[in-house]
Structure formats: structure tokens, C-alpha cells
Design a protein around this ligand. Structure first.
Ligand code: KIV
Ligand code: NA
Length: 250
């Protein structure tokens, strides 16, 4: 798609019905993100998500996807332990789900690991810029501004064999520099318009969220209100005796 000048659309998915609807809507890539720790499990960070949980969600999403590519996050600390463990965990994704690739937070420091996973036959998307699994070392979720090391990360990932590079929370100009520095597709989140594609956390984009929403989110739906309205109408219909009606009874 990059070679054809086409922009890539990517969204997160964590369950069968959501993945089915996004796939049918024509989204190019579904990401089973470890963001599920925050938006599904209601935690403050992604750090508690386990490999078994990623497999559980990835299996449902990949079974629903008929045409989209499905990418699965390696959760903390799968990308930090022995390289053999990263290969084993990545292999689980391809063996226990129908997903196509894994995503790994890191760039230059992770290059050997990316190369080893790709050599094992497992496509890797690298994730540079803000790395949520690094939140405690960084002291929060911050825009990343070191252009030199960000470009270096993206180039190292490409050289190691990554098929794409996700770029999170960098200034517009650095997003452009990174995109220009590599030939594989770049997927941005909070990284400006000059990338090959864009990704958002679906729950943020559809308004299925009660908490803080970052500046880079475009809220295009209000699912939270839709569910609340339906729930209230249901409770009202029970209390006023109109549910179930004769048509809804045997
Ligand atoms: O876990 C996630 O959802 C991500 C994003 C970049 C959207 O990694
Ligand atoms: Na993630």
C-alpha cells in the first residue's frame, strides 16, 4: 500500500463482534493491542496484561477478520527477556490464533530480537516513540522529541526486518522525518499526518470510554451514550411493565 501511495487504516480490536464490524467496514489492519489492559480490563497501564490474555483476545479477533491483517502485541515483559522466549511467545500467536504478525515495543535496542523473530518466520511490526510499557521509566506518557534516536530506532527496526513501524506520540516534523527515513510502512498515533497510516484505540474513537482521552484521539462515535440510553430504556420498560410484551413472550 505504501508503494501504491495508499494510506493504511488500523484500529484496535479485542473481541469477535467488534473485529467483525471493523473488518466489514474496510479497516486494513486490526491490532489486538495490550491497550486492552486499560480499555477492557480498566487498569491504569498496560503492564499487567499477560501472554495468555493476549492469545485469548487475539484468537477471537483473528477468527472474525475475513480480510484485514491482524497484528498482536507482545505484552510486557515478553520483549525484554531472553530472545528465545520472544520467539516462543510470537510463535504462540501464529499457532494458537489465526493472526498474521506480532508487534513489539522498541527499535534499535530491540533490533536483534526483531531479526530473530522475523528469521523464525514471524512478521514483526516495531513500535517506536512513546512506548507505554516504559511508562514508569519515562515517568508518564510523554511526547517523544529526540529526533535522532527516533529515526535511528525506525531505521534499525527496518534493517532488522520489521515489515512496518508504528510511531507513537512524536511532533509532526519528526513523524515526517521517520517516514522519510524508512521504506516500510509507518503507522502513526499522535504522530501527525505524514505517515503511511494511522491507528487509534477503537474504544477512544467510538466514545466507549469514561476517562481521559488524549489530544490525538478523534472521537467519531458515542457508544457509551448509546449503551446508557439502551440500558435506561430497558430498565424503564421493566419497571413500567411494558417489557416483555406479548410478542416477546411464548
Ligand atoms: O496497545 C495498543 O493499542 C497500541 C497502540 C499503538 C494503539 O499499541
Ligand atoms: Na500496545
Amino acid at each position: 500500500m505504501r508503494d501504491d501511495g495508499k494510506r493504511i487504516s488500523m484500529l484496535t480490536a479485542y473481541d469477535f463482534p467488534t473485529a467483525e464490524v471493523l473488518d466489514e467496514a474496510g479497516i486494513d489492519v486490526l491490532l489486538v493491542g495490550d491497550s486492552l489492559g486499560m480499555v477492557v480490563q480498566g487498569r491504569d497501564t498496560t503492564l499487567q496484561v499477560t501472554m495468555d490474555q493476549m492469545i485469548y483476545h487475539a484468537e477471537m479477533v483473528a477468527r472474525a477478520a475475513k480480510r484485514a491483517m491482524v497484528v498482536v502485541d507482545l505484552p510486557f515483559p515478553e520483549g525484554q527477556l531472553e530472545i528465545i522466549r520472544s520467539i516462543e511467545s510470537s510463535a504462540r500467536v501464529l499457532q494458537e490464533t489465526n493472526a498474521h504478525a506480532v508487534k513489539l515495543e522498541g527499535g534499535a535496542e530491540q533490533a536483534d530480537r526483531i531479526a530473530a523473530i522475523v528469521t523464525a518466520g514471524i512478521p514483526v511490526m516495531a513500535h517506536v516513540g512513546l512506548r507505554p510499557q516504559n511508562v514508569h521509566v519515562d515517568g508518564g506518557y510523554r511526547v517523544q522529541r529526540d529526533a535522532q534516536s527516533l529515526v535511528n530506532d525506525a531505521q534499525a527496526a527496518e534493517k532488522a526486518g520489521a515489515f512496518a513501524v508504528l510511531v507513537e506520540c512524536v511532533p509532526v516534523e519528526i513523524g515526517k522525518q521517520i517516514n522519510d527515513a524508512v521504506s516500510v510502512p509507518t503507522i502513526g498515533i499522535g504522530a501527525g499526518p505524514h505517515l503511511t497510516g494511522q491507528v487509534l484505540v477503537t474504544n477512544d474513537m467510538i466514545g466507549f470510554h469514561s476517562g481521559y482521552s488524549p489530544k490525538f484521539v478523534r472521537k467519531l462515535g458515542d457508544v457509551r451514550t448509546a449503551i446508557a440510553d439502551a440500558a435506561k430504556a430497558y430498565a424503564d420498560a421493566i419497571s413500567d411493565g411494558s417489557f416483555p410484551s406479548e410478542d416477546e413472550s411464548f
